[in-house]
Ligand binder design. Structure first.
Ligand SMILES: [Zn+2]
Length: 418
């Protein structure tokens, strides 16, 4: 048999020339940190409702006492969590599953809750969380695949028709984009903006190139997202967790495109996806601030993106995951004051797109930046940072210029450093 082509590899796409004398650093020279929250939605405690559906397909694997788990994660907790995070400058991604475990539709009815409760819950997400969090669908139900023509699950009750498992196997980018589009449209209907998607469980695992392209297409289609991104991978070993800028094209034209894969760097060591497994702070950063996964990744200078699940943060009212998170934030602050920068996933995606896709040339002693995407706090290492930065002849304000570090908001188009 011939070796199969590498069907698993997503393509990077185009890359511009970058002169070797100039290096793009982390924003403000600080290491990005972020928190990914999976399995959240309005009101519905996904764990309570998804476990019996998973158990229908895998009876031996999902034996959790789901009936004893609360059916709701209350808005009072969303408010408490969101306010605490805002006070501490925390940013990240918050999933909003559009038809959670087939319980109800966020853009129609959520049986078990009044229309008013649903509307207030959506409003809370829009007002409280918008400044600090990106919103993602985590596909439509996070359990059964639904037929996008009818809105109903299929009759076949196997792992081939569950979002977490085999449905995406062998499917094309267009088929997967149709499914993502369906999920995104529900959030669009209720005024929840999205620039990215999160994959539920193993969704897309055996169709990585198609998943990447489908994320690019669907977020551009429904939300006109300039730089779509997605969360599929997390690594807790030596592999790089730097974001991957994929399918870049048209960098010199009027419609540059790419999609960014944001990679998590921790497991859920908060409270588990079901809210039954307590984790520990030390896995992230130890009390002496010297070891733990966050310390490892921050030392490398790569974005340190933690991953948790909303039922584990709430932990059935005991808030075990939330308490772990609070202590992590306190330890990070103690260890790295002024050296970290909390960012949403969309902000990390934009930074990496600009970092990798800006053409950087030296012409007549000037450095020319040809940027397909604008980017706040673009930070460069250049030989002499005491320079003038201009865009279309107008000087740009510098955030910082000291030693070899120069930081400014990069506009789209041509910027010169002279
Ligand atoms: Zn999930």
């Amino acid at each position: 048999m011939l070796a199969a082509p590498n069907l698993m590899a997503q393509l990077a796409g185009d890359r511009p020339k970058q002169t070797p004398g100039v290096k793009v650093l982390n924003p403000h020279g600080r290491v990005p940190v972020s928190l990914i929250i999976d399995d959240s939605t309005c009101l519905v405690n996904l764990a309570h409702f998804c476990i019996p559906q998973f158990a229908e397909v895998f009876p031996d694997r999902y034996m959790q006492p789901w009936k004893t788990l609360p059916r709701e994660i209350p808005d009072a907790f969303v408010r408490k969590f969101g306010e605490w995070c805002h006070e501490h400058g925390v940013k990240g991604k918050y999933s909003v599953i559009p038809y959670p475990a087939c319980v109800g539709w966020l853009d129609r009815e959520l049986p078990g809750w009044s229309k008013k409760e649903l509307q207030e819950s959506i409003k809370l997400v829009q007002t409280l969380l918008t400044p600090d969090w990106d919103f993602h669908p985590e596909m439509v139900t996070h359990t059964w695949i639904i037929n996008t023509k009818t809105g109903r699950p299929y009759d076949e009750r196997t792992d081939r028709f569950m979002e977490n498992w085999r449905w995406t196997d062998g499917r094309s980018a267009d088929e997967i984009a149709d499914y993502l589009t369906y999920a995104l449209r529900i959030l669009h209907n209720i005024g929840i903006p999205c620039e990215g998607i999160t994959t539920p469980g193993g969704f897309g695992n055996r169709a990585l190139p198609a998943l990447s392209q489908a994320s690019l297409q669907s977020c551009r289609d429904i939300f006109k997202a300039e730089i779509p991104h997605y969360f599929r991978h997390l690594y807790t070993d030596e592999r790089s967790v730097a974001p991957r800028v994929e399918y870049a094209s048209g960098l010199d034209g009027s419609d540059p495109q790419c999609v960014v894969s944001i990679i998590g760097c921790t497991g859920d060591w908060f409270g588990g996806w079901d809210g039954l497994e307590a984790g520990s702070v030390d896995q992230f950063i130890t009390e002496d601030l010297k070891s733990g996964r966050m310390v490892e990744v921050i030392k490398r200078g790569e974005p340190a993106v933690m991953v948790c699940h909303w039922p584990g943060i709430y932990f059935n009212g005991q808030e075990v995951g939330f308490n772990i998170f609070k202590e992590i934030v306190a330890r990070l602050e103690a260890a790295y004051k002024g050296k970290l920068i909390w960012m949403k996933l969309s902000e990390i995606a934009r930074y990496w797109a600009a970092k990798e896709l800006t053409r950087i040339e030296t012409v007549d002693g000037k450095i020319q930046l040809h940027a397909p995407f604008a980017c706040p706090a673009f930070t460069l290492q250049v030989l002499d940072a005491n320079r003038k930065v201009t865009h279309n002849g107008t000087p740009l304000q510098l955030h910082e210029a000291s030693g070899e570090l120069i930081c400014f908001d990069l506009p789209k188009g041509l910027t010169e450093i002279s």
